[in-house]
Design a protein around this ligand. Structure first.
Ligand code: ADP
Ligand code: MG
Length: 339
């Protein structure tokens, strides 16, 4: 039996189906990312798990108990939001303990838990400051600390790092993951950032228009995308997708290499220098393909380049519904690209 079990969860607002019959499970101690573009239903799903939105249909079970209709406070969970949701007039310590005070946890117990969490999130030196005196990263640590002191076994996070700059986001990713493992928390983590999902989560659930496109380990979504949507969403830059006769052929930019005299004869459209590498766009018979070369390359437009990739690195999808084709007829169109 899974720790979290969601079945047929649906949320309709008038004429909008925000979440469309999704089902998934999470094991105890698992870190699950709900990933997808803006408006795909991530926050709505999280709000239903939290008990802050009523589902139109479906059920939610936590640790064997049906909580579909339970009040938020009875679900054994904590939440962390993008906006931190801190009280500006309360100190760091008071913010962290606010929920415990409301739940009438004793003074001694509150202070003991505060002592424990301050070092965990690195806020000891700031305990008496107000949120206005803290950086964004420190505010987010206060919100994390508040979730941790509740000792709830499940933690729901909605884009907690979106307000932070890139460097801090990187650091906080590692911190949150380490804390989650140390405390054995079961985390459902909402993000639109594929790098965040891929690097932090044990499992990624990719949503598109209220439905699950794919649910699997990060490497499954990368290596075996179930649809053109997944193929285009996971990976940076996204997979090249080329409509070809009866199917769509996919090849990742990082799997394409230059070749001498063999492979596809292409011509350069554009070179984009990124420091460690260069993203090169080429034209092959009217199709644009992108690939990555290590180092700095600056080929003038129209420069002829031959490219190839290893057989087996291409992906095939139906041109009808975009689903992955299990046993593709090898594309005749690009066979000369295979080495
Ligand atoms: P995400 O968090 O993935 O960006 P949301 O779950 O916030 O997406 O929204 C999913 C869809 O539901 C969107 O089309 C959004 O406009 C719609 N929606 C969300 N909340 C409401 C609401 N209270 N009333 C009407 N539509 C809503
Ligand atoms: Mg959202």
């Amino acid at each position: 039996m899974s720790y979290i079990s969601v079945k047929g969860l649906t949320k309709r607002y008038d004429d909008v189906v925000a979440v469309d019959s999704i089902s998934f499970e999470a094991e105890e101690g698992e870190f699950v990312a709900l990933l997808g573009p803006s408006g795909c239903g991530k926050s709505t799903t999280l709000m239903m798990l939290a008990g802050l939105e009523d589902p139109s249909e479906g059920s939610i079970v936590f640790n064997g108990q049906d909580v579909t209709k339970a009040a938020p406070g009875k679900r054994g969970l904590s939440m962390v939001f993008q906006s931190y949701a801190l009280f500006p007039h309360l100190s760091v310590g008071e913010n962290i303990l606010f929920g415990l005070k409301a739940r009438k946890v004793s003074n001694n117990e509150r202070n003991a838990r505060l002592e424990e969490v301050l070092d965990l999130v690195g806020l000891r030196a700031h305990v008496n400051k107000k949120p206005g005196q803290l950086s964004g990263g420190q505010c987010q640590r206060v919100a994390l600390a508040r979730a941790i002191v509740s000792r709830a076994p499940i933690c729901l996070m909605d884009e907690p790092l979106s307000n932070l700059d890139a460097k801090l986001r990187n650091e906080m990713r590692t911190e949150i993951r380490a804390l989650q493992k140390k405390l054995g928390l079961t985390v459902i983590y909402v993000t639109h950032d594929q790098v965040e999902a891929m690097s932090m989560a044990d499992r990624v659930i990719l949503l598109n228009q209220g439905r699950i496109e794919q649910n699997g380990k990060p490497e499954d979504l990368y290596n075996k995308p179930e649809s053109t949507f997944v193929a285009g969403f996971i990976g940076h830059p996204p997979m090249n997708l080329i409509a070809d006769a009866q199917m769509v052929l996919g090849i990742r930019p990082e799997h394409i290499a230059l070749s001498e005299g063999t492979g596809l004869s292409t011509s350069v459209i554009n070179c984009d220098y990124h420091g460690a590498n260069t993203l090169i766009a080429v034209d092959y018979r009217g199709h644009a393909l992108k690939f990555i070369l290590q180092g700095h390359h600056n080929h003038p437009v129209g420069t002829p380049l031959n490219i190839q990739w290893q057989r087996g690195q291409e992906h095939y999808f139906s041109d009808q519904n975009g689903r992955r084709l299990a046993v593709p007829t090898v594309s005749h169109f690009l066979t000369e690209g295979l080495s």
